[in-house]
Design a protein around this ligand. Sequence first.
Ligand SMILES: CC(=O)N[C@H]1[C@@H](OP(=O)(O)OP(=O)(O)OC[C@H]2O[C@@H](n3ccc(=O)[nH]c3=O)[C@H](O)[C@@H]2O)O[C@H](CO)[C@@H](O)[C@@H]1O
Ligand SMILES: C=C(OP(=O)(O)O)C(=O)O
Length: 430
Amino acid sequence: MAPIQYIVEGGRRLSGTIEPSGNKNSALPIIAAALLTEHPVTLTNVPRIRDTETLVELCRSVGASAEWTERNTLAIHAREIRAADLDPDLCARIRASILLAGPLLARCGEVALPPPGGDVIGRRRLDTHFLAFEQLGATVTATHRLEFRASRLKGADVFLDEPSVTATENALVAAVAARGTTYLRNAASEPHVQDLANFLVALGATIEGVGTNTIIVHGPATLGGASYAIQPDHIEVGSLIGLAAVTRSPLRIARAGVEHLRSIRMGFERLGIVCGVEGDDLVVPSNQTMKIHDDFGGHVPKLEDQPWPAFPADLMSIAIVTATQCDGVILMHEKMFESRMFFVDKLIAMGGRIVLCDPHRAIVAGPSRLRGAPMTSPDIRAGMAMLLAAVCAEGTSTINNADQIERGYERIEERLNGLGAKITRIPARS
Ligand SMILES: CC(=O)N[C@H]1[C@@H](OP(=O)(O)OP(=O)(O)OC[C@H]2O[C@@H](n3ccc(=O)[nH]c3=O)[C@H](O)[C@@H]2O)O[C@H](CO)[C@@H](O)[C@@H]1O
Ligand SMILES: C=C(OP(=O)(O)O)C(=O)O
């Protein structure tokens, strides 16, 4: 597949209505969890992005049928599956390949997975997955492959060493198949973890505590089939709030899933960007103060990410670009990943006033005028942040490796062009 380049003519005002896609990080565990049942599953509002396409290929490789019956509707039927022949290259393309461990272990009693890939944003531990599987009665051997075996999964009182999102998801799926009651303590509670739990309930599982840090699963469940709609992507909504703000454009984000936007809206409010709510739509007016709120006493404020329900790590890059357009000084503190902030060197080259203090902290002083520049996207969110910077900047920018952006955002250039942006998508010259 040819690498993709975006050419962006910046400095244009946008306007209109845009609807977020289904949540990437919900769709991935839910597609994997569809392998837990031998009955047919229909998923709607599935984002048609590189990550879901890759996971669909992996599901087919273990014997499930998986067909796109409409652009965003996926029919999966895992009547019989085998936990073998997982292509290392496909697994290395996405972090979510690790999510096949739970369902395949439950269905087949053993699974050997090549290591997962995903965004290169710092070290990405798998230890919490191992801890959870071992406590549920599996043996784990991790060498060049990850091997999990359990003749019978047993319910247990599991305390996760950190609220890892994908480890919670793997443990949740395994617990549904385990005999007895499982307590998952210190569990992640992100909207996508809730979406997965709701999907498992739709299949017939009994789960309590959805949305909290203690999830209780009564297993083993007798599972049927289900039709299930993936929830809107709150990270995409946050990205669109940032886009509206940096271009000073009025945008309506339709069917935004406002129940999950509280900490995200609060984060942008600290930057002087206030959104209105109309039903389930989020309305971002163009006349924002864009004035960073100092802490009491005139002290420099900070925006930090943390596990849900706090401000999400996947929006930190977007928030940094947005802050370059706001009046004031703010400390941005990325607590979770140690390589996610390095992309700010590009924003600095474009004219952003940013000091990278260390891998986790950057001070942003704004507002600054950004100039178009050539860039290369290192990961999904930094890539999207670069796209925001390019749309806001004076002049033309090029973004190489835009494939990374398309791992997480569906038809993004087409949809932003529909709002008035000017982005040309071309296979990059080698
Ligand atoms: C496919 C998928 O769903 N990917 C998401 C998932 O990745 P993933 O499940 O890989 O991320 P984890 O939740 O395991 O952890 C992310 C990082 O945060 C660190 N950590 C985690 C919890 C904590 O309390 N303290 C802490 O420092 C971990 O050590 C790790 O370095 O969750 C991440 C954190 O929301 C998101 O960025 C990813 O988009
Ligand atoms: C880090 C991300 O994705 P992944 O975990 O799939 O690499 C992300 O969605 O920002």
